[in-house]
Design a binder for this molecule. Structure first.
Ligand code: NI
Length: 185
C-alpha cells in the first residue's frame, strides 16, 4: 500500500524516533513492504518511518536504481531496523541531496565518507558494520530523519537564506510533486 509522505513542517519530522520492540510490531513486514512501495512510487532511494508519520527507527533503502552506474548496488534493497550511526570517519565530502519530504529542493551537503552503523535487518539479525560510498551518504541522510533532522538543517546560513521562500512554499503546501503527501495542516 502506498502511504502519503509527510512534508517539511510536519512535527513528526522533528521528533527523535524510538527503537521498536519487534515483538510489539506483528505487522512489521507489512510496514516495511508499504515503505518499499511508497519509496519506489515516489522514485526515492531512501525513506525513513517519520516520513510516513511514524516516529520509529525504521529505514528502507533502494540503491538498485543506481546500479547502471554503480554495479555494486545491483539488487540492493534493504531495511534497517533500530538503526544507529555509532561512529563517523573524519574525512568528509560534499554531494547534492534531495528529500521526498522537501520536494523541489536540492542542496549540497557535507557528510562523513564512512560511517559505522548498528541495526537489525528484515530477519531481525543484528549487524555492526562500516559502510562507505553512496550507501554511507544515504544512510546519514535517512538516519538524520530519525534524529529529527532534515538535510536543509545541514546547509550554510547563506544557502538557507536563498531557499527560504521555497521552504515557506513547502510549509504552505504551495508545491507540486508526483506522489501523495500529507501536508502540514
Ligand atoms: Ni529525506
Amino acid at each position: 500500500m502506498i502511504l502519503p509522505i509527510y512534508t517539511f513542517g510536519q512535527p513528526v519530522l522533528r521528533e527523535v524516533a524510538e527503537d521498536i520492540v519487534p515483538a510489539e510490531y506483528p505487522n512489521l513486514n507489512e510496514l516495511i513492504n508499504n515503505m518499499y512501495e511508497t519509496m519506489k512510487n515516489a522514485e526515492g532511494v531512501g525513506l525513513a518511518a517519520p516520513q510516513i508519520g511514524l516516529p520509529i527507527r525504521v529505514v528502507v533503502v533502494d540503491l538498485d536504481v543506481l546500479s547502471e552506474d554503480l554495479p555494486e548496488y545491483k539488487g540492493f534493497l534493504h531495511a534497517y531496523i533500530n538503526g544507529h550511526i555509532v561512529e563517523k570517519s573524519e574525512e568528509t565530502d560534499v554531494m547534492d541531496e534531495g528529500c521526498l519530504s522537501l520536494p523541489g529542493i536540492h542542496e549540497s551537503v557535507r557528510r562523513a565518507l564512512k560511517v559505522r552503523v548498528q541495526y537489525l535487518d528484515e530477519d531481525l539479525k543484528p549487524h555492526d558494520e562500516w559502510v562507505e560510498g553512496y550507501l554511507a551518504r544515504v544512510l546519514q541522510h535517512e538516519f538524520d530523519h530519525l534524529e529529527g533532522h532534515v538535510f536543509v538543517d545541514r546547509i550554510g546560513t547563506l544557502r538557507k537564506q536563498m531557499i527560504k521562500s521555497k521552504l515557506v512554499c513547502l510549509l504552505k503546501g504551495k508545491f507540486r510533486c508526483g506522489y501523495k503527501v500529507k501536508l502540514n495542516r
